[in-house]
Ligand binder design. Structure first.
Ligand SMILES: Cc1cc2nc3c(=O)[nH]c(=O)nc-3n(C[C@H](O)[C@H](O)[C@H](O)COP(=O)(O)O)c2cc1C
Length: 368
């Protein structure tokens, strides 16, 4: 099982919280190749792993084969990671309108060149490279089978497919039939991604598609114990966690504490670590408390904490005996936006074999 890279979420603290629940691959936040090559200080701080983290799994975003190869060389020469994943799934307009992210596999020669450049740069150090992609730009411009085969030819260790097109963004449901089709088409391991909200969804995905592994994104937001459930499910057990509000509060405290540790360790000014860690934690509060009967005032106050003492005080006001709100099980959480037009550079769709590197599609800010 794999924790999906999620910008702004899967930092070292969150990954540790998830790793405490079970074994798997926990991918860090996306790092942009340009920022790494330029030694951007924020980016360098984001490449942080726990002392016991294994494998250290790093996701890179790039659009230029040479810059990507240079970034991979830095990763292997400085021994920054044990696994590199390449992101070809980003659907945001500022990326696709320049030909990056989910738009890039359409330019099949450029895609193949880019993946090969990363694999070749990682090979001397024995670092495996994987690719994560969507089905295509939209239903009329699917790329996943061709791109999967090209990535396989380039020497990737596995391919992960999020069963949505860029046009779908996070709307509708993920197409698990497409994941099954890709699994049939490739010899390298295929990982399925999209809409695993509960451990039993993962079992259903494996049964439906035959995939070699599952990638979990939004389902674990506010529910890191999903990884314990997944481990139980894959071991053939039926026990699942339904934490009481008191147990959820303990998990929230642990998460906030890990973020404070992370921000203190990485901060230029360690005195600000507690405040920055607590600020980062705020976005998780609503996910943890989804469905629990808690007054709006307490909910609001928890989402504005600046210190662990404040958090402890507010968590102390919760009734620890409240049972888990089972009506939230299996429900989507996190982003569920509407489909939208995919903005592309002029002439993009008409020139599949043009392998010119798109201009301005490199993001210079890691974490998306
Ligand atoms: C907040 C957020 C940030 C994300 N950031 C990234 C990213 O940096 N790289 C990436 O490949 N996918 C990113 N994704 C997509 C997820 O990795 C995953 O493919 C998607 O959420 C579908 O899986 P799910 O249905 O399990 O959530 C992000 C998703 C969310 C919700």
């Amino acid at each position: 099982m794999v924790l999906a890279p999620m910008a702004g979420i899967t930092n070292v603290g969150f990954r540790q919280l998830c790793r405490e629940q079970g074994g798997g691959i926990y991918v860090c936040e996306m790092i942009t190749t340009v920022a790494l090559v330029e030694r951007n200080p924020k980016t360098l701080r984001m490449i942080a792993f726990g002392a016991d983290e294994s494998p250290r799994s790093l996701q890179l975003y790039g659009t230029d084969p040479e810059i990507t190869a240079a970034a991979v060389r830095i990763v292997v020469e400085k021994d920054l990671a044990d696994h590199i994943d390449l992101n070809f799934g980003c659907p945001v307009p500022k990326v696709t309108r320049r030909g990056g992210g989910a738009a890039l596999p359409w330019r099949r020669r450029l895609f193949a060149r880019l993946v090969k450049a990363a694999v070749d740069a990682a090979a001397p150090a024995g670092v495996p490279v994987t690719v994560k992609m969507r089905k295509g730009i939209d239903d009329d411009h699917l790329t996943y089978v061709e791109a999967g085969l090209a990535a396989q030819d380039a020497g990737v260790a596995a391919v992960a497919l999020h069963g949505r097109t860029a046009a779908q963004r996070y709307s509708g449901t993920a197409d698990w039939d497409a994941i099954a089709t890709l699994k049939q088409a490739l010899d390298v391991p295929v990982l399925g991604n999209g809409d695993i909200w509960e451990a039993d969804d993962a079992l259903r995905m494996v049964a439906h598609t035959g995939v070699d592994g599952v990638v979990i994104g939004r389902g674990c937001l506010g529910r890191p114990w999903l990884f314990a459930d997944l481990e139980a499910a894959f071991a053939g057990r039926t026990d699942r966690r339904l934490p009481t509000l008191g147990e959820v509060a303990l998990t929230m405290r642990r998460h906030a504490e890990l973020l404070v540790d992370q921000f203190t360790a990485g901060a230029r000014n360690p005195a600000r670590g507690e405040r920055d860690g607590c600020t980062d934690f705020r976005k998780h509060v609503a996910w943890y408390l989804k469905g629990f009967p808690i007054g709006s005032e307490l909910r609001r106050a928890l989402a504005m904490i600046d210190s662990l003492a404040q958090l402890d005080d507010l968590l102390g006001k919760l009734d620890p005996t409240v049972p888990f709100p089972t009506e939230t099980l299996g429900q989507p959480r996190g982003r569920t936006n509407s489909p939208g037009k995919v903005f592309l550079p002029d002439g993009w769709l008409a020139s599949r074999d043009d392998d010119t590197v798109p201009q301005g599609a490199e993001l210079d800010d890691s974490g998306g």
